[in-house]
Design a protein around this ligand. Sequence first.
Ligand code: NAD
Length: 492
Amino acid sequence: MSEPTSVLNFVAGEWRSPDSLGTLPVTNPATGAVIAQVPLSTEREVDRAAQAAAQAFPEWRRTPAVERVQYLFRLKRLLERDFEELARTITMENGKTLAEARGEMQRAVENVEVACGIPMLMQGDISEDIAPGIDELMIRQPVGVCTTIAPFNFPGMIPFWFMPYALACGNTYVVKPSERVPLTMWKVMHLMEEAGFPAGVVNLVNGAKDTVNAILDHPIIRAITFVGSTAVARHIYSRGSANGKRVQAQGGAKNPIIILPDADLETTTRIAADSAFGNSGQRCLAASLAITVGEARNPFTEAISAAAASRKVGYGLDAGVEMGPVITPHSKQRIEKLIGAAASEGAEIVVDGRNAVVKGYEKGYFVRPTVISDLPPQGEVARTEIFGPVLGLIHVDTVDEAIALVNSAEYGNMACLFTSSGSAARKFRYEAEAGNIGINIGVAAPMAFFPFSGWKESFFGTLHGQGRHAVEFFTQTKVVIERWPKEWSRKF
Ligand code: NAD
């Protein structure tokens, strides 16, 4: 498959150049080269996709679950067949390294695998004889037309937190990728076509803000899953809910990691550096603040600064590269401005990644790993999601102070503790106010069979993506109370 010059939509089993409000360029952030144009689909185009999904729904929901998952088994084999191509596409449009892109696609495949268990996962409950001869059942039925609105930072993985479960449960689907990285889903959708999903069961609609608002307002669409920044997540949740839809909206983050003096310094530093600088810090589970307790301060500051300074930055497709660029020139500018703001707040820029130029990729949007020490905990920079390879250090005297700091944050996506003390770990696990907790783990990303549990400003909704939560989100329960013929009951 060669790169398209213009990305198409996939609606009712056909590739089409959509009604659009124009196009946007898709850029390789390491080279600055335009690699495609993405259409900004109109309201009419969203309607076309929703109608196609609605038309496909009755037959798809009647297809037995054991048959529906055969399409997913085929999709899994195709994703594995084209694994390298998909990973390279992610690197080209998003900028992360090939190893990171492979990790992302691996998690996508794992979600397909878990969704293949739907025949058992969506079973209902039954109680016999709630009264003599009367039985009560709870069955799970699909919701209807569902959708995912995705962010730029995991173009291959994030739609898979939702879509395989929705389809396996008997729903039909519309996916709207980020307009900055539409190529990966474009390729995935070709594989779904090859897997033989009936026309209209899955649809791809490209676009940006206006396309999203058309989705939020469309009367046919019953459920919305969203991942992106907090401001947009809040908008999606309130507008979607006001329109009577089920909504789960995952937002931004500012993840703290606490380092106790008894943590293993070498391992902690390696893990913390991977968390803060992996994916160029453009990960909702990236460590963004490191809170050192007591004597951990100096050794950790030195070790993490050395790790930051020595990280190899470049084009993710080149061998040996450990970190790629950030997504846009605007993003680079914003990150560098926040680094400057930290200095103005009185923090010390220990390793400064601003004004980075990578030889051979002078037009790329690179920011090198940055370490900022003595960041004022209540300042703007300590409370703002930077979404770049920047780790702020805050130093405190006790573990209680550190946990209080974690819990004072607006976000609650992830919090981690590095220690060799079981009791400190248990206290932290118990008290920390975040939905994903790591103990000596730097990126506490739940496996596909656990929910992706953001809290506070990092999540709007009740049920999360992945695993059983996804099954519940994409099904509605129906309770049936049955009384059967006389001879089956003792009395009436
Ligand atoms: P974004 O909010 O800018 O965009 C996400 C999606 O919303 C895109 O599809 C975009 O087209 C659409 N959109 C953007 N502005 C909109 C508007 N005003 N109205 C309607 N739709 C709009 O997010 P992004 O920059 O693509 O992704 C980065 C953000 O995503 C970060 O904040 C990151 O923390 C967050 N994120 C969160 C998680 C999580 O699990 N909580 C995972 C990944 C990324």
